[in-house]
Design a protein around this ligand. Structure first.
Ligand code: PMP
Length: 389
């Protein structure tokens, strides 16, 4: 049986066209993009080309793109950078309860360091941020609000435009971790409008370890650097540029802009076929999160009475994910599902299928077959408590 990769939200395969575009920067060219000699300038030109392509994907100005080492760094730069540059009267940050760890942890760190107070806005059972609760938390002391565009575990979309309006009405900065949304659905800095947006190469068919924080001139001016050195990227991020990675990110962004709509329609049909096939064959299959407002490639499903870790193990060679995290020797349920009101047991029965560019119909058939087999098998076992090795 062929391996089937249905964990695109974890990391998407590198598109061979991206790999090809990266080759000259990896093998043929040399030079530091900051150097004035012809070698350096060739690298700098490749970086500027990529900058334009990344900006075009999210309707931003190229001068608003700060390349960094992925969305984790972009999120850290946004939150910590804002807090470091904040006026004394704005000392509160609001994040949603379902943010990625790379937003939650820097916010927590800022709180512990006494650099900012942090409030958490809850989500409805459908998984999207509660706008009334958000509005009640906002005031003139709010520095920034960080709400993701689409959740990595459930694929649920947040009402980004409404969030932006509420946040900007109190003069705060709206940071949006759009890592999962970019390349799958239109995501525009000017439409929403978003002040600061994070994105990552390896979620859009590009390489890992490269991403960007994209902002308006005004919002970038409110940041202070988190890494200190040569100030290569707009004075906000230091370190010699990862030219090959940036070229890869630029090419991935270019392809995503061109192919996003047709690809998402194709992938959505495959995702729906998978979900319908599972529901036709198995009882007790539930979709987590509002199915009418989620990414076209994602299905977070709960299989009543089937332990997700055991299922994933038994689905091999089909690769899917659980939202559980292994901490200090015991498995913790998905924080995202708990925030949506699921019980621990329900969270432990949930599996995420995430599809993408290279997913085929045959793969979906294999996934159907393996999932059905695994659910039946696991439901037949007595559930014991999982332990991490
Ligand atoms: N934000 C979200 C929503 C993500 O899904 C991820 C990756 N899992 C990240 C941030 C971190 O991205 P990176 O791996 O580029 O640091």
């Amino acid at each position: 049986m062929h391996e089937v990769y249905l964990d695109y939200n974890g990391s998407s395969p590198l598109d061979p066209r991206v790999a090809e575009a990266m080759m000259p920067a990896l093998t043929g060219r040399t030079g530091n993009a900051s150097s004035v000699h012809r070698f350096g300038q060739r690298q700098a030109a490749a970086v500027e080309d990529a900058r334009e392509r990344v900006a075009a994907l999210v309707d931003a100005s190229p001068s608003g793109v700060v390349f960094c080492a992925g969305a984790t760094e972009a999120n850290n730069l946004a939150l910590i950078g804002l807090a470091e540059g904040a006026p004394a009267e704005r000392n509160r940050i609001v994040i949603s309860a379902v943010e990625h760890a790379s937003v939650r942890k820097p916010a927590q760190w800022l709180h512990e360091q006494g650099k900012a107070k942090v409030d958490v806005v809850g989500v409805a059972q459908g998984g999207y941020v509660d706008l009334d609760e958000l509005e009640a938390l906002l005031g003139p002391d709010v520095l920034a609000v960080s709400v993701m565009a689409a959740n990595s575990e459930t694929g649920v979309l947040n009402p980004v435009r409404e969030v932006a309006q509420l946040v900007q009405a109190v003069g705060a900065v709206f940071h949006c971790d759009a890592t999962q949304m970019v390349g799958r659905l239109p995501c525009s800095l000017s439409d929403a409008p978003i002040d600061l947006l994070s994105l990552s190469g390896h979620k859009i068919g590009g390489p890992g370890g490269v991403g960007a924080l994209v902002g308006t001139r005004r919002s970038l001016a409110r940041l202070r650097p988190v890494t200190h050195g040569g100030g290569h990227e707009r004075g906000l991020r230091s370190g010699s540029l990862n030219v090959a990675g940036i070229v890869g990110l630029g090419t991935a962004a270019h392809l995503a802009k061109k192919e996003r709509d047709s690809e998402s329609a194709r992938v959505e049909a495959l995702r729906d076929r998978l979900v319908e096939g599972l529901r036709a064959e198995l009882a007790g299959v539930h979709e987590n999160g509002d199915p009418d407002r989620r990414l076209p490639n994602t299905a977070s499903l709960r299989f009543e009475g089937a332990d997700a870790e055991a299922m994933v193990f038994n689905m091999d060679p089909v690769a899917v994910s659980t939202g559980s995290a292994c901490n200090s020797g015991s498995i913790e349920p998905s924080q995202v599902l708990l925030a949506m009101g699921f019980s621990r047991d329900e969270a432990f029965e949930s599996v995420r299928f995430s599809l993408g560019r290279f997913t085929t119909e045959t793969e979906i058939d294999t996934a159907l077959q393996q999932t059905i087999k695994a659910v039946k098998y696991v439901r037949g076992m007595t559930r014991g408590d999982s332990q991490c090795d």
